[in-house]
Design a protein around this ligand. Structure first.
Ligand SMILES: *Cc1c(COP(=O)(O)O)cnc(C)c1O
Length: 344
């Protein structure tokens, strides 16, 4: 890996962060807070929330097995994705490389930040070789995006290929593990210390059932996390989110149960799809959704919409012609979908 200083934008490396009241005084014994122009009424929501989310990180550290100082929390993974560009990529000069097809936010954020986005097409099994990804890089490539399990294809990306990229690429490698709770593959989060150039993304939005909270996590070296913390909005995670996330995390067994149910339902729904005359293929998945190749994805999508059932039409995505992406719902939602498709 290159020196972090050389990967960072110079203005970010030299940035003196905003010093908020809650950071300037972080002592324990204070009783009277007259430092932040807050309203004394409407406790506890009158107070600014903890800018570094210490309590929440303690809990996440226990659950995820990552040291607190290696955890960054964002307003959804989307904030962490945007920060990657703002920290590492000089607009109009640097570029990033990503697998394709993949999660759309990497490219949208590249466009917003005026950073060239280079996509490298997966093969017909939705896999990639390290050589192909590395061949797309040049001196100005700061970041490689890998999503595993990948969205919208559902499969995990070959571990050896990812390790080879981590070892050979001199810049930052992001592994987006938004769906890893549904997968039996070993996580990259668990080998964080082996790769100083790696940033692993997790989210509360999928297995944890908290998409509305907007809480995403980035796991990385303390040096990278410190830079993210100085660039983010001072109070990026609001108090309601911090409180509710702590509440949910008190009961991780509940999440295990949700995941177990979803995986059972997934295998039932996929089997049922294979029996549909309008389904040509279902693709292997490690996530809470799967990709199904249909006889006519557009027509079937429109038919389902008319029934009030919404799936994701991926027909226009490269390598996903005539594919629908089906999220696994609860028993009755899945039954409604299958019932409608059998009537098609
Ligand atoms: C759903 C999803 C996320 C989650 O984003 P949030 O902003 O945390 O809700 C991240 N990455 C991928 C690939 C996803 O599909």
């Amino acid at each position: 890996m290159k020196e972090l200083k050389d990967l960072c934008r110079e203005n970010i490396w030299n940035l003196a962060p905003y010093s908020c009241a809650r950071t300037e005084f972080a002592g324990r014994n204070a009783r009277v807070f007259l430092d932040a122009n807050e309203n004394p009424y409407n406790n506890p929501y009158n107070r600014y929330p903890d800018p570094l989310q210490v309590e929440l990180k303690k809990q996440i550290s226990r659950i995820k097995g990552v040291a607190e100082e290696k955890i960054f929390l964002g307003n959804g993974s989307d904030e962490a994705i945007d920060l990657v560009y703002r920290v590492f990529c000089r607009p109009g000069k640097d570029n990033v490389v990503a697998i394709a097809p993949t999660y759309g936010m990497y490219e949208v954020c590249a466009d917003i930040n005026d950073v060239e986005y280079r996509s490298v097409l997966l093969d017909e099994n939705y896999q990639i070789s390290a050589g192909k990804l590395l061949a797309a890089c040049d001196e100005q490539t700061k970041v490689i995006w890998i999503c595993s399990p990948n969205n919208p294809t559902g499969n995990h990306i070959n571990r050896e290929a990812i390790v080879e990229v981590l070892q050979k690429f001199q810049g930052i490698v992001i592994i987006d593990e938004a769906y890893s709770d549904f997968s039996s593959e070993r996580t990259f989060r668990s080998v964080l210390d082996r790769f100083p150039n790696m940033i692993v993304l997790n989210t509360m939005s999928k297995a944890w059932g908290c998409a509305a909270l907007r809480l995403g996590m980035a796991f990385a070296s303390k040096e990278i996390v410190d830079i993210f913390n100085k660039v983010k909005y001072p109070y990026n995670i609001n108090l309601l989110t911090q409180e509710h996330a702590l509440e949910v995390m008190k009961n991780p067994l509940k999440v295990d149960e949700w995941v177990k149910n979803i995986l059972q339902e997934r295998s039932k729904v996929m089997t049922a799809f294979l029996d549909l005359p309008i389904c040509e293929k279902v693709y292997p998945t490690d996530a809470n959704f799967f990709l199904a190749k249909m006889t006519d994805a557009n027509a079937i999508y429109n038919y389902l919409v008319a029934q009030g059932i919404i799936v994701r039409n991926r027909n226009k995505v490269q390598l996903c012609g005539n594919c629908l992406r089906i999220t696994i719902g609860n028993k009755s939602e899945n039954a409604e979908l299958l019932g409608a498709l059998r009537q098609y």
